[in-house]
Ligand binder design. Structure first.
Ligand SMILES: O=P(O)(O)OC[C@H]1O[C@H](OP(=O)(O)OP(=O)(O)O)[C@H](O)[C@@H]1O
Ligand SMILES: O=C(O)c1cc(=O)[nH]c(=O)[nH]1
Length: 428
């Protein structure tokens, strides 16, 4: 059988790869390395940081449980060996949100959660407890900082106590450069005269700082708040109960409102609307046990505002204002009260706003409950006509039926000590 042979093609001369080829490969590899680095920074560090932060939280809680309030601890490079200095919870960020706080603001500390600015107050102390955290990368503890609102709480737990701070400012309204260190001063005073805490010495403040934008920036977003409650920690197993857990004023007042003031049944409201429940806060503001709590809680709620007289539309506002007057006096602070009549008095001095003159003064308008906001806005209008500057509106219970929006549309900030959710009511 004849065999066929296939002629082999002539061997190709080997092509030599030029410098341009290798340069291209090097650039691609460098590009991939940069991409990998960016991906690591933006995603990888988050995964690792979350795991690390959770471990620190667990270690901290277990150390506090086993050693009690007097437990021993040591530090290395500012970081407690047996866990964090404190744990921060921010209810607006969800029930599961808990982050460790460690001493200093070095990269190593901030990679593990919050850092506590050296030289600033400790939690619960007079002065300014100033803490910082990343907005992107390393677990992103403050990614959602712009969602925080005045009135939100920040809860700081230490081995010895739990401190509840209430935020007074809007993070979107204060962006500073990294060189603006006044924000962590004992009593921060804005050199440009903008957003700042109330300028009263002796307050217990908190400052949260993070990056102002999601990508690299030297600007910082800032929010200020003040202490509204302290609950000493349980001393731990086998330790003498020298201090027992005590309800905060706010919790005690909420308990009083829930048990004494909420009445179920069909009612017609002041606005003429109908509802399935009524919050009769006169049963609170005129109650021997609850009224002193009203004074302290409302002062705490509005500690971020500067005013020297308080009152509102008679009758609901009257005992709220006098409770605040007495609570302020107990704290060594001078606070006048006033009453806004529903109509100008036809005889006597024919005044609409009774009490010390409010002309030219910064005043707070209060209310026991707000439904439509109509009553408190009547007071705001009368106060403005009387020459007062209304710094804000504060109510004990907000029924979540549009009062906040209406008051804000009239140019006043609005704060409520309790919302509908805390009373366990739905919106009718
Ligand atoms: O936000 P609004 O829709 O205005 O409703 C709230 C108002 O209703 C209640 O007072 P009410 O009118 O019953 O009068 P009183 O204070 O004289 O009892 C309450 O004390 C508020 O003042
Ligand atoms: O809207 C109102 O009139 C109103 C509601 C409420 O819960 N409590 C109250 O005193 N007034």
């Amino acid at each position: 059988m004849a065999t066929q042979t296939v002629a082999r093609p002539p061997a190709q001369p080997k092509r030599r790869r030029g410098a341009a080829f290798w340069l291209g490969i090097a650039l691609i590899l460098a590009g991939l390395a940069v991409l990998a680095y960016v991906a690591w920074q933006f995603f990888g560090t988050n995964v690792v940081a979350h795991q690390k932060q959770q471990k620190i939280v667990e270690r901290t809680e277990s150390a506090w449980r086993s050693q009690g309030t007097a437990g021993a601890s040591g530090t290395a490079q500012g970081v407690e060996l047996d866990g964090a200095q404190a744990l921060v919870r921010i209810p607006r960020f969800g029930k599961k949100y808990v982050m460790p706080v460690q001493a200093g603001v070095s990269e190593a500390v901030l990679a593990e959660g919050f850092g506590h600015f050296p030289g600033t107050a400790d939690p619960g102390q007079v002065g300014n407890y100033a803490i910082a955290a990343h907005r992107v990368t390393h677990g992103e503890p403050l990614r959602d900082m712009p969602r925080l609102r005045p009135g939100d709480t920040v809860v700081v737990e230490t081995r010895k106590a739990t401190y509840t701070y209430r935020l007074d400012t809007d993070p979107d309204k204060l962006i500073v450069t990294f060189a603006d260190v006044w924000v962590i001063d004992r009593l921060p005073t804005n050199p440009r005269g903008g957003v700042q805490p109330a300028q009263r010495p002796g307050q217990k403040l908190i400052t949260l700082t993070t990056c102002a934008e999601l990508f690299h920036t030297d600007n910082r977003m800032i929010v200020f708040g003040h202490l509204v409650g302290t609950t000493p920690a349980d001393p731990g197993p086998g330790r003498p109960a020298t201090r027992v857990a005590r309800m905060s004023d706010r919790d005690a007042l909420l308990d009083q409102v829930r048990t004494k003031a909420v009445v179920h049944g069909r009612v017609t409201l002041s606005s003429g609307k109908e509802a399935d429940y009524y919050v009769d806060l006169r049963r609170i503001t005129l109650d021997a046990q609850a009224a002193p709590l009203v004074g302290r809680v409302m002062l705490d709620l509005t500690a971020g505002w500067e005013y020297d007289a308080v009152g509102g539309l008679t009758l609901g506002a009257d005992p709220v204002a006098t409770a605040m007057l007495h609570a302020a006096a107990q704290q060594g602070r001078s606070l006048d009260a006033f009453v806004v009549r529903k109509e100008e008095k036809a005889h006597g001095l024919q005044r609409r706003v009774e009490g010390p003159d409010v002309r030219g003064r910064r005043v707070l308008a209060v209310e026991d409950t707000s439904t439509t906001g109509g009553s408190v806005l009547t007071a705001v209008q009368a106060l403005r006509e009387a020459g007062a500057e209304v710094v804000g509106v504060a109510v004990i219970v907000d029924r979540s039926t549009g009062a906040k929006e209406k008051v804000e549309a009239a140019g006043c900030d609005y704060l409520a000590a309790f919302g509908l959710d805390e009373l366990g009511q739905s919106q009718t």
